[in-house]
Write a new protein. Sequence first.
Length: 181
Amino acid sequence: MPKRIVFITGGARSGKSRYAQQLALQHSSRPVYVATARAWDDEFRQRIHLHQQDRDERWRSLEEERHLSRLPLEGEVVVIDCITLWITNFFSDTRADVNACLEACRREIDELAKKEALLILISNEIGMGMHADTEAGRKFTDLQGWVNQYIAATADEVIFMVSGIPLTIKSTGALNGNSWT
């Protein structure tokens, strides 16, 4: 399987996860779903549970909070959901050290890019919303934007989701159809 990165970004509830899962199922009868979230509280545990119910028995699920490149992904079609929560884990663990987070994320993305796999990464465009009213919020918004830019530069294809509609922003080759598979 050729290595390829598809980066799907957009606002909250824009259809990113649904689109990514449909894309993965077009290319594999048994895709891998990598969850990056930490169960921070009861409400978030409920969100995780609802996300798990979105996937049927065709999916193989893995959980990894930080070291995505260590996962056995070679030869797989993989949905990584989501980059925003993944960055949050680094941000929390480094006590909001933006430079340390950015460097760690770049290293992981560089290692992921070496995998012979179709990697579908989902992220949020949080900088398009309201301006954060705390220093930590502003730092995280900046960090998220820089990591998204790094992934987009690395990706073969970038999709921006708006109201459930995918808009291709970058494409270096056909992903749909038989030309890729």
